[in-house]
Design a protein around this ligand. Sequence first.
Ligand SMILES: *Cc1c(COP(=O)(O)O)cnc(C)c1O
Length: 387
Amino acid sequence: MPIKVEDYYAPATFQKMKAFADQHETPFVVIDTATIDKAYDDLRAGFDFAKVYYAVKANPAVEIIELLKDKGSNFDIASIYELERVMGCGVGPERISYGNTIKKAKDIRLFFEKGVRMFATDSEADLRNIAKAAPGSKIYVRILTEGSTTADWPLSRKFGCQTDMAMDLLILARQLGLVPYGVSFHVGSQQRDISVWDAAIAKVKVIFERLKEEDGIELKMINMGGGFPANYITRTNSLETYAEEIIRFLKDDFGDDLPEIILEPGRSLISNAGILVSEVVLVARKSRTAVERWVYTDVGLFSGLIETMGEAIKFPIYTEKKGEMEEVVIAGPTCDSADIMYENYKYGLPLNLASGDRLYWLSTGAYTTSYSAVEFNGFPPLKAYYL
Ligand SMILES: *Cc1c(COP(=O)(O)O)cnc(C)c1O
């Protein structure tokens, strides 16, 4: 089925982005910051009691950090480099959380010296490093969650620990002079099954209760991570539905007296603001009689489309060419056979598609520029323009 732009962008927004795109040579991403502004407001409207910590890795552009800073957002940071970027934009350390559970002791110290006082952990070794390098800081422990089969880009297996270990770590945190502050989870990015939040919140509830009853530790915060949806080909519920349901889960377990709630959106805030504009390099067949056409474009896995790996994220692809459609394989421009975006999932593109025609990859504002290689095959990193 042909992709309809109206399903993804307001007509005026698309026209503005397209007019800009027409003036520039491919490939590049064009990002409409007004769309991010609105996505932030929509998230705040859905969860008016929650604090937002933008997951900077989704798109670390200064334009986005400054916009979100001015809107009152906080920031979830994973490295000293992101820290430098965000503080360089004038964000104070009280608005920053070091959310990566995998960190060097010397990096923890640098965060502490810069004034950051909130740290995620999921292991004893890391917790002991935090106690030494960032004494007295607030600690939240990340737990493992289910949901990896319904998330298009799972994030849980590598991070988090079992409930029992989470409790051990929070007790140890107190012994080490830290503040056992809360529990975090991430149900997987682009999580299409809302009920996995229910299971995760129930686990958190157990930890809150047991620590209070058995150890006199009163936790204060739940960090519910990201996982909220962007618009791709595989449709999801609306953000409002996510908010309604998740709030219901929270109230079922915690009543009206909710702890501090933190959200760490990345994808849902940024993706829909971007369009990756590319050009067809070649259309080819592998034999005289092959029915299958290969469409090679000037972007690929190494220039921003790594989330097509395993065909995990199915970006909507729009072309202005009309006419009879045929299934194609879509691949990038580099000399690596991993550089094939879609082969099993059959995209239909018009038969008259030819070299030089543009393909518009919709909903590509997040996890594209930040993933792009620096010079594989000499191709430069993906360019980005912010309107
Ligand atoms: C990547 C990441 C996020 C953002 O997740 P999205 O699904 O893109 O919203 C949030 N929190 C943590 C800890 C992350 O690593």
